[in-house]
Design a protein around this ligand. Structure first.
Ligand code: NAD
Length: 703
């Protein structure tokens, strides 16, 4: 028997344990081993019930992602045929689901007649996150078990649900007392099935899964949700696939599903999303830091500044059960900060995402203070006070006095030099930048800014704690704007310049959202506050002195007090959540163009795309060559998770590779030549891009 499977027989039960760490990915060898073991148990007269379980706590996290797009994905037994064979076994089969049954792993559990989970079990169909559809078994199992509407929600959200929810909708029959008890309680369940002479499979609750649906259910569903899918292919293919599962006979349904799966598999979106999947894994591996480096203990956290960011940052820790002290200068600001946190939690309670008890538990973990002495036992302190170097330095001096040796001192600065802040204290090795994004309790991205002196164990500890609080940490070196905001500059500059040259903000944004970015650049700047970007840019200064047209429209709007959404006017006009174009902005752009002697002309979508995107890409490549980003894929993660770049395009670096690096370079050179003085000022290809193209490389890497 294969070493991917542990097989034993105990008192009439065949126990088949999956032993392919870390997640029992269902590659061809494991698929073959599972079905062989099950069929062997089925043929063994000593066996009355078969139990499938994961040896290391996880049942199965789904297909082997490295097989997608290769022949191995369909090598016999492929997933559908393995599952069909499993459903034909004439003895009851129990899936003892440990922590996780995802995608093909959930299909596998559902092909078993009976399922027991544990309190921490999470299940889901996450294929959509990779641009795929569940490739198997909805026909024989899922809609039949939980009904077509629940299946659609599960597939289209790609989200995991917890054990209780899984039991409510019928995925789990029961939940074991705990992890330790899972296998014993699965045995007890199997013995009950023997005692009551249970059939191999119970009658499905939804034997005619399509029956509960109205004739126009799928078309109404499509009309309602299609606008949210933008150009994503997989959600569109889910509906016909489900239709096939509900309405066609098994064989025809399966072959239709397979055809749809292959369609999704052959699209560029799978490639991009798989790139993102591996990028997230890669980002934890940091050159020069051993994987087994000893981490500093983090049992208590403190946040300085109870404003917009401080409150959100504190919530992350309370959500993860970590006590957090919140300090502000005065009682009023502190009281307001704590009240805002409570309000945020109350919204979650209203939405049914949290109970009142959980709200109180989290508030109990938050301790407001005005006294720095209260921070004596904090393991990590995160400063989120006003964005002024002198104020930050004062805070760090105060922290140095009260914090225990080895405490990590972090700054949430968005633009100041982390090395200068670190140099304020006598322990710069303990200082690091933690650039949270607003709203800090919601946004997944965390730029971890590694200073010149930051100790390796500080970086490793922060990467670990970031994951504990549900963030995606990406390492950045120290530079103005770090990875994300530094790339935003040339991208926003180009958008502003295009408006001077004759485009409108809505036209520019339309091209960007047409590419599936969550927001166009002007909408994003309005949302974040024109005052915020103005003050940051102004503190940097150099660019505006170099180019008089640099984001000039933003400067003028700032002077007019049009700070964006919060003042109801910015690049657009706002009435509530409605956003409208504003003729005054166009008139202002005309006046500025005149003043700056920028010729105006009609601008087409391709030019908008190329100038904004190529400048974004060029800056990313430059950042990589400077060592600010450790790898191109980190840049992709920053822009996907912090700036709404569509994951199905893989991030700006992956997108550039798909366009072709030679074309990106040629585009930059073209605009350098046709835009005259302005072109020569800004359209300078990153030397790394030139080198990559010169040697015929198609991937962005350091050479
Ligand atoms: P904010 O004005 O909302 O809050 C700042 C808080 O700090 C206030 O409550 C103030 O009373 C308090 N404070 C000021 N000086 C203090 C001191 N010496 N000791 C203790 N408390 C003090 O500001 P914010 O938007 O939360 O920004 C905070 C930091 O986060 C800044 O460095 C900013 O650049 C950065 N940041 C902001 C955003 C954003 O979108 N707002 C995003 C990322 C990073």
């Amino acid at each position: 028997m294969s070493d991917l499977i542990h097989y034993r027989i105990e008192d009439g039960l065949a126990l088949i344990g999956f032993a392919r760490p870390p997640v029992n990915a269902l590659g061809q060898p494991l698929r073959a081993a599972i079905i062989d073991a099950c069929e062997r148990a089925a043929a063994d007269v000593r066996v009355q019930v078969i139990i499938l379980y994961g040896e290391h706590g996880i049942f199965c996290a789904g297909a082997d992602i490295t097989e997608f797009g290769t022949d191995a994905s369909f090598a016999e037994p492929d997933l559908p045929s393995m599952l069909v064979r499993l459903t034909k076994i004439h003895k009851p089969t129990v899936a003892a689901i440990g922590k996780l049954a995802l995608s093909g792993g959930l299909d596998l559990a559902l092909a078993c007649g009976y399922r027991i989970g544990e309190p921490d079990t999470r299940v889901g169909l996450s294929e959509i996150n990779l641009g795929l559809l569940p490739g198997a078994s909805r026909n024989p199992s899922l809609p039949g078990i939980i009904g077509a509407e629940s299946v659609l929600k599960l597939i289209l959200s790609g989200q995991q649900i917890d054990a209780e929810c899984a039991r409510t909708i019928g995925i789990l029959d029961r939940i074991a007392t705990g992890t330790e008890q899972l296998l014993d309680e699965a045995r007890a369940y199997a013995n009950e099935l023997i005692d009551r002479c249970a059939s191999a499979r119970p009658a499905d609750a939804w034997s005619m899964p399509g029956q509960d649906l109205s004739a126009d259910f799928l078309s109404l569903y499509r009309t309602k949700y299609e606008p949210h899918w933008k150009s994503r292919l997989a959600p569109r293919l889910v509906l016909p696939s489900l239709e096939a599962a509900c309405l066609l006979p098994l064989d025809q349904g399966l072959s239709r599903e397979l055809a749809l799966f292959k369609h999704a598999e052959s699209s560029g979106q799978l490639k991009a999303l798989r790139h993102v999947f591996f990028a997230e894994r890669e980002t934890g591996r940091i050159p020069g830091i051993e994987e087994d480096i000893a981490l500093r203990k983090v049992n208590k956290v403190a946040v300085i500044g109870a404003g917009t960011m401080g409150g959100g940052i504190a919530m992350n820790f309370a959500n993860a059960g970590i006590p957090v002290a919140l300090l502000d200068l005065n009682g009023e600001a502190l009281g307001q900060g704590l009240m805002q946190i409570r309000k945020n939690y109350e919204v979650s309670v209203k939405r049914g995402k949290m109970t009142v008890e959980q709200l109180e538990q989290r508030m109990d973990l938050l301790f407001g203070t005005l006294d720095y002495d209260d921070l004596f036992d904090a393991d990590v302190v995160i400063e989120a006070v006003f964005e002024k170097m002198e104020i930050k330095q004062q805070v760090f001096l105060a922290l140095e006095k009260v914090c225990k040796p080895g405490a990590i001192l972090a700054t949430n600065t968005s633009s100041l030099d982390v090395d200068v802040i670190a140099a304020t204290v006598s322990r710069p090795q303990d200082v690091i930048g933690l650039h949270f994004f607003n709203p800090a309790n919601v946004m997944r991205l965390l730029e971890v800014v590694r200073g010149k002196a930051t100790a390796p164990d500080v970086v490793a500890t922060i990467m670990n704690i970031a994951k504990r609080i549900g963030k995606l940490p990406v390492i950045s070196g120290v530079c103005f704007g770090f990875i994300g905001n530094r790339m935003l500059e040339p991208y926003a500059r180009e958008a502003h310049r295009l408006v001077l040259e004759g485009a409108t903000p809505a036209q520019v944004d339309g091209v960007l959202t047409g590419l599936d970015l969550k927001m166009g650049v002007f909408r994003m700047l309005d949302f974040a506050g024109i005052d915020v970007s103005f003050l940051i840019r102004n503190s940097n200064g150099a660019a505006t002195a170099y180019d008089k047209s640099y984001c000039r429209l933003g400067v003028e709007l700032y002077a007019l007090g049009r700070y964006g959404q919060k003042t109801g006017r910015g690049y657009y006009l706002y009435e509530g959540h409605n956003c409208k174009e504003d003729d005054e902005v166009v008139v202002l752009a005309e006046r500025l163009a005149n003043e700056l002697e920028v010729p105006r002309r009609p601008i087409d979508s391709q030019e908008i795309h190329d100038r904004c995107m190529f400048m974004l890409i060029n800056e990313g490549i430059q950042l990589l060559s400077e060592g600010i980003a450790m790898q191109a894929s980190d840049i992709d993660l920053v822009w996907i998770n912090g700036y709404g770049f569509p994951a199905h395009l893989g991030g700006p670096m992956h997108y550039a590779e798909q366009i072709g690096l030679n074309k990106v370079l040629a585009g930059i050179q073209y605009y350098r030549d046709v835009l005259g003085e302005y072109g020569h000022m800004w359209f300078q290809p990153a030397p790394l891009l030139e080198r990559l193209v010169a040697v015929g490389k198609t991937r962005i890497e350091i050479i």
